[in-house]
Design a protein around this ligand. Structure first.
Ligand SMILES: Nc1ncnc2c1ncn2[C@@H]1O[C@H](COP(=O)(O)OP(=O)(O)OP(=O)(O)O)[C@@H](O)[C@H]1O
Length: 242
């Protein structure tokens, strides 16, 4: 059974009749041009955007699941997160336990280790760099140990080394029997780390499938208006505009 199944999802003209699924153990990349609808899709799943159509978590309609239970099952990492308070890194990670109503020290320690931020636990989050903070907010979501992790451009502010670390971490998380759905602009990284890709274009699903099925010249031409050099057989895969 799919972890998430989406049927005819619409949000005005921002998303139009989108149907797709997330399988257990899968890392699904959502790609598309600026304004294509990637964040809107993730916001619907995260419960912060009203929609028409149906979203099911396993076999239960999402809008019938009590909020707290939904927060236990679906963890959401927004595109950018800020703290208005001078919280410690440990406090921010502990926020990930709110849906469970505990401060499970083991879950917090595991999340900090996975995001490689154990050394900063007592530091103030607002005194970290943007990319460092991004990993703290990722650890917050990991601490909740959700069945489905939703991440909106989780590597956008990261350096090359951390992009790889975070994508490997998310893939391990997905492959442990949970699921990850993330939006991502770097198509080479998407091809390398995602099991399947969903390509959105002007709010519609243009293609869904393995990277080789989705990252074709005609699809990229239509979605991004670029003629791309695509070599998915090279290691790592190469996708660059000509
Ligand atoms: N709160 C909102 N109210 C109305 N329209 C919105 C709102 N947020 C976004 N939009 C519009 O919805 C469309 C899809 O936006 P969305 O943020 O989902 O795109 P995206 O694919 O995530 O883009 P990007 O790659 O730039 O982050 C855009 O045309 C945008 O202008």
């Amino acid at each position: 059974m799919d972890l998430i199944s989406i049927h005819d999802l619409s949000v005005g003209q921002r998303l139009v009749n989108v149907s797709l699924n997330l399988r257990p153990g899968e890392m699904l990349g959502v790609i598309g041009a600026n304004g294509a609808g990637k964040s809107t899709l993730l916001h619907c799943l995260a419960g912060i955007q009203a929609y028409r159509g149906e979203i099911r978590l396993a076999d239960t309609p999402l809008d019938t699941i009590p909020e707290r239970q939904r927060a236990q099952q679906l963890g959401f990492l927004p595109q950018s997160s800020h703290s208005a308070w001078a919280l410690s890194v440990r406090d921010v990670i502990a926020l990930g336990r709110l849906p469970w109503g505990d401060t499970d020290a083991k879950a917090i320690a595991q999340a900090a280790a996975a995001a490689q931020i154990e050394d900063w636990l007592e530091r103030q989050v607002d005194q970290l760099s943007g990319g460092q903070q991004a990993r703290v907010w990722l650890a917050r979501v990991l601490a909740g140990q959700p069945r489905v992790l939703l991440a909106d451009e989780p590597v956008a502010s990261l350096d090359l080394f951390q992009q790889q670390n975070v994508l490997r971490l998310l893939r391990r998380y997905a492959h442990s029997g949970r699921g990850v759905m993330l939006s991502i602009h770097d198509l080479s990284l998407a091809a390398r780390y995602c099991d399947r890709l969903a390509l959105l274009h002007e709010g519609q699903l243009l293609a869904l499938g393995a990277p080789a099925e989705v990252l074709t010249g005609p699809h990229l031409q239509q979605a991004f208006q670029v003629d791309a050099h695509i070599d998915l057989d090279s290691d790592p895969p190469i996708i660059i505009p000509r």
